[in-house]
Design a protein around this ligand. Structure first.
Ligand SMILES: Nc1ncnc2c1ncn2[C@@H]1O[C@H](COP(=O)(O)OP(=O)(O)O)[C@@H](O)[C@H]1O
Ligand SMILES: CC(C)(COP(=O)(O)O)[C@@H](O)C(=O)NCCC(=O)O
Length: 318
């Protein structure tokens, strides 16, 4: 039997080192991803190796499969107790963490791995940037420089969306965001009969006090069956953000349609200065004030080292 570290005696989490976590992997699942998938799943400047999938994500997807399976059994038990068929509702997983920490890679890998199980093949992925207010409204309210802060999201819309998912609605529209246009799009993504919905975004574990009587009295996380927080040191995330901005300048920003096209011709030094300024003025304060304080609401915390790879896992004691 393995014994895991108790980092602090009264911590609600057990801490599992990368090595111990990797021991729970299952070779039978190695075929689920091939190298081609790795190339498609990782985001820019975000390394994803076969080792990371085998040692971290396959065990995580197995644990999630056990949780989803037991929730499906519980659902069947309730149906039988009520002597009626209570319709099936999707299992919702929230993924939180800073801008540029790599949430989207984690979300895409889990989507791919989780869809390999016969009892939950339909796994949808929704990112909360689609629920940002459009630039037109952010400009009207003079909060364009607060993109990503709690007030920049239409939380009522996100809660309505999650309520629709949990009510078992068969086909639901989710709004989409374009990083190229730096704005929400008029098109939607359709989610049909999902078994699992992954909801990824910086704000998914935030509890925002009601500001008006009409505001919902529930929080986004009330709809989650499980939640994950992707954590790293601020100095590391800052470096990743700046390096990604440098790569984007050479690629996406060269597109004349990119909102950031005006940065396409900056020198290397100017690019670093601009990325540093955006980080220090917007993303760092948001991380410290609104995102990092939600870390201990998660059911599981993935702790990344400065090389981007996960060095330990903290799992909430049940
Ligand atoms: N300005 C941009 N242009 C194009 N893609 C971007 C831009 N900013 C971020 N992205 C991409 O959007 C995705 C989400 O980024 P982000 O919200 O910072 O979260 P995370 O890095 O945690 O996944 C990433 O795949 C990233 O590479
Ligand atoms: C769109 C974001 C708020 C991330 O949103 P999320 O998908 O995590 O809800 C972020 O990528 C962003 O644009 N931040 C504003 C500052 C910046 O341009 O980096």
């Amino acid at each position: 039997m393995t014994s895991f570290t108790q980092s602090e005696p009264y911590s609600p989490y057990i801490t599992i080192s990368r090595e111990e976590w990797a021991k729970t992997s299952d070779d039978a699942m190695l075929h689920l991803l091939d190298t081609k998938d790795l190339d498609q799943l990782h985001a820019m400047n975000e390394p994803l190796t076969e080792e990371e999938v085998t040692q971290i994500y396959i065990p995580l997807s197995r644990l999630l499969n056990l949780y989803v399976t037991s929730s499906q059994r519980l659902h069947a038990t309730t149906s039988s107790f009520l002597r009626s068929r209570v319709h099936k509702v999707p299992y919702i997983i929230g993924i939180a963490g800073s801008v540029a920490v790599g949430k989207s890679t984690t979300a895409r890998v889990l989507q791919k791995l989780l869809s390999a199980w016969p009892n939950h093949t339909r796994v949808a992925l929704v990112t909360t940037d689609g629920f940002l207010f459009p630039n037109r409204i952010l400009e009207q309210q003079h909060i364009m420089n607060r993109k990503g802060f709690p007030e920049s999201y239409d939380i009522k819309k996100l809660i309505r969306f999650l309520a629709d998912v949990k009510s078992g609605k068969q086909k639901i529209a989710a709004p989409l965001y374009s990083h190229l246009e730096y704005d929400v799009l008029s098109e939607h993504q359709w989610i049909e009969q999902p078994d699992i919905v992954i909801v990824e975004g910086i704000n998914v574990l935030q509890v925002r006090p009601r500001q008006e009587k009409r505001d919902p009295s529930v929080f986004v996380s009330d709809f989650f069956d499980f939640s994950i927080y992707v954590h790293a040191q601020e100095k590391d995330i800052r470096n990743w953000y700046i390096a990604r901005f440098e790569s984007l300048r050479r690629t996406a920003f060269q597109n004349p349609d990119s909102f950031f096209h005006r940065y396409a011709y900056l020198s290397d030094e100017e690019t670093i200065a601009m990325a540093t300024q955006i980080w220090d003025d917007i993303n760092k304060p948001n991380l410290e004030q609104n995102i990092q304080p939600t870390r201990y609401r998660a059911g599981l915390i993935l702790d990344k080292g400065s090389d981007h790879f996960i060095k330990s896992v903290h799992l909430r004691k049940t």
